[in-house]
Design a protein. Structure first.
Length: 136
């Protein structure tokens, strides 16, 4: 995983995990994502156990995720940039989550007109003609 996407992906996974708690997060994101979020949090705790600033920021982030997210994000960005091995560990944790979050639709469009994507879409399209009046 590219370093430019690694920290945002980690924070996108961690923030709702700590805000909702593991059980509630698992209900909405799935058990596998919750396990990865827990593994990521444990990895950060272990990594930062001897760094008072980072440990304190992570503890505060767990209490108030929105307030301390930028602080943890900044510390994590610095750690990833200075330690490629740590970045690799995070990539291994986050890789499967990124694949799970790939989305419902995989779409490639070369050329198209009037393309509609989604579940239960109701669309009226007119190309080169005036719409017919609706009769009630």
């Amino acid at each position: 995983m590219d370093i430019s996407t690694l920290v945002p992906a980690a924070m996108a996974l961690l923030a709702p995990f700590v805000a909702k708690g593991a059980e509630e997060f698992a209900k909405t994101a799935g058990k596998a994502a919750a396990e990865k979020a827990g593994a990521l949090l444990s990895t950060l705790r272990e990594r930062w156990s001897k760094d008072d600033e980072a440990k304190d920021a992570l503890d505060k982030f767990e209490q108030k995720p929105e307030r301390y997210r930028p602080v943890v994000e900044d510390i994590l960005t610095e750690a990833v940039k200075t330690d490629p091995a740590f970045a690799q560990v995070l990539s291994q944790i986050l890789g499967p989550v990124q694949q799970m979050a790939g989305g419902k639709y995989q779409i490639q469009i070369g050329e198209g007109q009037g393309i509609v994507i989604g579940d239960g879409a109701k669309v009226e399209q007119y190309f080169g003609v005036e719409p017919r009046p609706k009769h009630s």
